[in-house]
Design a protein around this ligand. Structure first.
Ligand SMILES: NC(=O)c1ccc[n+]([C@@H]2O[C@H](COP(=O)([O-])OP(=O)(O)OC[C@H]3O[C@@H](n4cnc5c(N)ncnc54)[C@H](O)[C@@H]3O)[C@@H](O)[C@H]2O)c1
Length: 272
């Protein structure tokens, strides 16, 4: 059987560097793309490190040649300008999809965000996977645009595209809001592995959240692609409640999906 090749963009980042280790498998080679410096490949690591911008279509096409799937994590987070978000977060997804199309790569797993739907208020029912976009920031707009590009490349070119709307990735929940929207590192790996192996998923929007007792996001599409989260933030609830205040901005703005990004004190660039 031939080796499986998985590209990870943003592999120097918090989630990307965790995936670099956690996605190691016998018979699998990782191609690790980031514009930032990355640790050299270890002797027992079947990987290649590539220094390139995710927005560079030619570089991405070259780096992704021969790959089976792309896990697209590269992104600017909060505080960038509109132009920077367009350059990296929207054009970057375009370049990833073009690289996939040109190389006949059938699957892209994309790190979307709850900020794509942040201005939706929390209700008594679970937030559905295909909740209509109401971005809370330029960052959220770029996530929506990237999901739309994934939808287009699926319908035009048959590329499977799974948008994981990650809520809050952390090593462990450290504030009150995270008790409901935490995504654990192990569940992140489960979500990515399920997205890579689901048979013919097509275009999907899936909440990236752990199975928290206080969760308000649907796990319907997660389960439909074989992602069964195992972790529950409740394990840390006592500790979190004792060490945090109900007045922190996350807790105060917990009635909105985007949390504090929807607060009056925040601008479109996600700056307070
Ligand atoms: N951390 C969270 O809670 C969270 C929540 C929702 C969505 N996400 C998404 O998950 C993904 C990973 O998040 P993270 O927390 O690891 O972020 P991070 O900032 O730690 O990592 C992002 C990586 O992207 C790289 N990058 C930036 N511009 C680039 C470019 N032009 N070319 C190549 N690489 C570039 C950065 O160097 C960095 O290593 C992002 O897409 C983010 O939007 C994260």
């Amino acid at each position: 059987m031939s080796e499986q090749v998985i590209v990870i963009t943003g592999s120097a980042g918090e989630i990307g560097s965790m995936l670099r280790h956690a996605l190691r498998r016998p018979g699998r080679r990782l191609v690790l793309i980031d514009i930032a410096d990355q640790p050299a490949v270890e002797p027992d690591e079947n990987a290649a490190v590539v220094s390139a911008s995710v927005s560079d279509v030619e570089a991405m096409t070259q780096a992704c040649a021969g790959a089976d799937a792309i896990v697209h994590m590269a992104s600017l987070l909060d505080g960038a300008t509109w132009t920077q978000y367009v350059d990296v977060n929207i054009n970057g997804t375009y370049a990833v999809l073009e690289a996939a199309r040109r190389n006949n790569i059938g699957r892209v797993v994309y790190a979307s965000s709850h900020h794509a739907v942040g201005f939706n208020p929390k209700t008594d029912t679970e937030a559905p996977d295909y909740m209509f976009p109401r971005p809370d920031s330029y960052y959220g707009v770029a996530k929506v645009a990237s999901e739309a590009l994934g939808s287009l490349y699926h319908d035009r070119h048959g590329i499977d595209f799974i948008a994981l709307r990650i809520a809050s990735y952390r090593a462990r929940p450290d504030d009150r809001r995270a008790l409901s929207n935490w995504l654990s590192p192990d569940d992140t790996v489960r979500a990515v592995e399920a997205s890579l192996s689901a048979p013919a998923p097509g275009f999907r929007v899936v909440w990236g959240v752990s199975n928290n007792s206080r969760r308000w996001m649907s796990l319907e599409e997660a389960r439909a692609i074989g992602f069964e989260p195992q972790d529950d933030a409740e394990h840390w609830a006592e500790q979190v409640m004792a060490s945090t205040s109900p007045d922190d901005p996350g807790a105060q703005w917990d009635h909105m999906l985007g949390g504090k990004f929807t607060a009056d004190g925040f601008d479109e660039a996600g700056r307070s």
